[in-house]
Design a protein around this ligand. Sequence first.
Ligand SMILES: Nc1ncnc2c1ncn2[C@@H]1O[C@H](COP(=O)(O)OP(=O)(O)OP(=O)(O)O)[C@@H](O)[C@H]1O
Ligand SMILES: [Mg+2]
Length: 530
Amino acid sequence: MMIEGMENLTTSDIHQQMSHIFDVATGVGLPCTVQNCGDMIYRSTLDPELRRELKPLFTAQGAALLSTLFIFLSITPGALPGYVEYYVVQPIQDRMRKKYSLEDFTLGTKLGQGGFGVVYFATNNETGEPYVLKRADDYGEAEEWMNRRMQIAAWNACAPYVGSWQGEPSKPGAYPPLWLAWKYEGGRTLFEFMKEKDFPYNLEPYLFPDEESYPRTLAVGDPERTAATIRAIMSQCLDLLVQMHGTGIVHRDVKPENLIFDENTQRFKLIDFGGSADLRFGVNYVPKQFIFDPRYAAPEQYIMSTQTPEAPFPPIALALSPVLWQLNLPDRFDMYSLGIMYLQLCFKSLRTDAGVQKLRKDLTASNESLSAWRRANEAKIRDPEAWAILDANDQAGWEFARLLTKKIPRRRISAMTSKFDRFMLNRPSLLKKIDRLIPFPTGQEVNADGTLAYDSFGSWLLFRVARSGTDESGGFTEAQLREFEEDGNPENLEDAKQYLGMVASEELQKYGVSKAFRTISNKKTRKSSK
Ligand SMILES: Nc1ncnc2c1ncn2[C@@H]1O[C@H](COP(=O)(O)OP(=O)(O)OP(=O)(O)O)[C@@H](O)[C@H]1O
Ligand SMILES: [Mg+2]
């Protein structure tokens, strides 16, 4: 077979034509594996990855970079979930939310009147259900924003928000107010419970429904019973703040009046977000004026450095939010307010307005030192139950109060860490654990009043600590004790041996520590032989 038109071509003509084609192909730049390159054989037999023409998709550096970015976007206040919330969830939720107006409700009694609006009880005309309506003359937009955010990211930490609408201006030319609506949660805030004479017992039926179990089996007046209720209230408040801070919102007005008790779930919830700041999106973090309650506001007043610029538009604000959060730790503002509230839960005299105002004045005068406040007021405040609650379990409650009210925000405890505090966990102190582990011979040293200075290993240890505080005089140094407390687990035999040996080498010899060690060893043998 012959191709048409080629019958007259000679072999040399065909070669000439072919070499033209190759010339053109060279210009186009085909790879060496196709072209007639000098090193064709050598290169094509080598694996492309080995000759570094192909890079693996995930290098170690790439993975490290990606995971750093992921961690950065996930840490508080959570920029990554913020993007999803802002661009996906919020628009869907806004579309689905029923649109209300004032005509849908019949207004009832006034529940509160703040500086920036009025709060009413209301009934839904269609369903007859109870609602709460707020006419916000100022900060309405901030409150609306926070409620929409909370409804998605921390819905069970706040009252169910149902929507908002613009109202009629009070007089022609005035700024129109914003109406906000929530489901009615119940008639009492923590403030109302605290005002009642039988506080904290009035909360027990809700917090501990079983009359036959702890702490309701303890006697009325037993500090441990009151402490259990205080712990339960604080635990709920911490849960609320963990959720709220986790989504990047700082409440800035935490106080008993703003904790509504939800009768359905029997839990407290946060209300009143007009002064809140959203650090995830940079909303309302530079307040126009002091809107905080001076009785509860942290000494730093501002949650963010005043140098912080106004937030840029959402995507940028989101990306920068973890840096701002870590630089300022704005959540610690709420922790201070919670600390003041905690002291009010303990001391009856601080539950009055005058009482808490005096506390704040005294604290300011003593450079915000709670220990100084105690030294000056311990004799004056005759509330044995409160002191007993704070001092129980080696001052676990007192230490917690100090951690919540530290002057410097960075030293103040966060909501998440508070959940694991010794007071909150009601964990026996280290000394009690040691007592259980090491039966100690009855103490020989006697106090001035003739009582034994110590009768257990734990109290001997305390005695040593109290008596000196330095190595030379027979006690322990602060550093030794800290190491013992932080690094040692007295429930672990090896640890106990190591740390007990470390803190009290010679002294323990005198008090029969080798016997104590034998006791531990025996215990271990008994355990392992089981
Ligand atoms: N969802 C709710 N369910 C029941 N009661 C509520 C609810 N929201 C608010 N209240 C009641 O209304 C009061 C005032 O609400 P809120 O704290 O939001 O407003 P406010 O502007 O701070 O007013 P005030 O200064 O009087 O506290 C609360 O103390 C509480 O008693
Ligand atoms: Mg309020």
